[in-house]
Design a protein around this ligand. Sequence first.
Ligand code: EPU
Length: 420
Amino acid sequence: MDALRIEGGHRLEGVVRISGAKNAALPILCAALLADGKSTFRNVPALRDVETMAALLRFMGASAEVAPPIVTVNPAAVNRPEAPYELVKQMRASVLVLGPLIARFGRAVVSLPGGCAIGERPIDQHLKGLEAMGASVTLEHGYVKVTARNLRGADVVLDTPTVTGTENLMMLAVLAKGRTTLLNAAHEPEVEELARVLNKMGAKVEGAGTDVVRIEGVDSLQPVDHAIIPDRIEAGTFLVAAAATAGDVLVENCQLEHLEAVAAKLRLAGAGLVREGTGVRIRASATPLRPVEITTAPHPGFPTDMQAQLMVLMCRAGGQSVITETIFENRFMHVGELRRMGAQIDIRGRTAFVSGPTPLSSAQVMATDLRASASLVIAGLMAEGRTEILRVYHIDRGYERIEEKLANLGAKIERFRGRS
Ligand code: EPU
């Protein structure tokens, strides 16, 4: 299994270009199922999750050609509207085929994703919306079986603003008869991006990016050619990595308006952040940062996907930072590994108290999920000595060529074959 070796203590300097957004690309690849003919997507990141989604589309009979940054999908030959456990267990976002399959083929059999490293992550809100629109849902042998003859628009109030749930229901409603209103919908920029793509395909979706999304069903959709927005979490991760090493980095191809909550905390901590061209420049000094309080929340609040990275940065702050995770119940898996590197972090319930400034010392650590892995990479960049991060397959799910991009900024980082 691949591992990363990092020689810490080198300041990041230079320019890094951000890739397309993973969490926008995944639903958009599924949206291609909604139209007969070949759709072309540009600025798609080269990631394991994109490969997994392409494998799932092929399993169903679609053609999916992945040549990043271009991916084409043609669903003309889909004959098996199913998502098997083998693929769903590798990537929960596989459930995003549910909405388009039912909308287009009237049926779907999708393995129920179990819990994962960060939490239980049920899909009850997705299923509630499907039923409200006239689908019949049964659970058998770990699979959700859905059939629908006459899908009709409905008013659906989501109990929680689920991102993939909102996306699934949007992709279902675009071909349902009549009007659907999703209330308490997720606001994330990736939801807005999916709406943009659906509308380019001929759908009538309004209000995406707010908590009320209105969809007027249409009879059919056309294939699309679309370039995906930049990945705000990859951009945020590089901003934090720069701040962590007292660096000076221009993060190019980054939409600051998608990252306001992260930028605000970085500024409060004392990093200088300015828009520059199509990117953001960050400059941080080697003096201790100021501690911050962070509570994760749905967009435009502070993203849970940046919590682990900010936590490691706060080891450089003089005083106590308080970080509360409200989205996932088990998203502090990085804390044990960071403590092994000398971090002083106490956890009480869903809140972590980080005391600093604490110098980190290198260690062998284990990646447990995607964003936790990113925090360990940042810890390795900050630490004195040589850090080895095992199980980096987690990071390859969501960060394109991370070691190459960091090395270009002056980090001493290499990939090697680890023992586990
Ligand atoms: N939830 C329910 N019922 C549902 C759906 C969600 O109770 O039917 C709960 C979840 O358990 C969680 C909360 O609602 O407590 C929010 O979960 P959400 O459904 O919004 O998460 P998701 O759609 O499964 C997406 C991203 C995640 C990101 C979250 C939150 C994709 C493919 N994944 O997941 O990204 O953390 O939204 O912003 O878009 C990552 O990229 O590392 C990642 C985990």
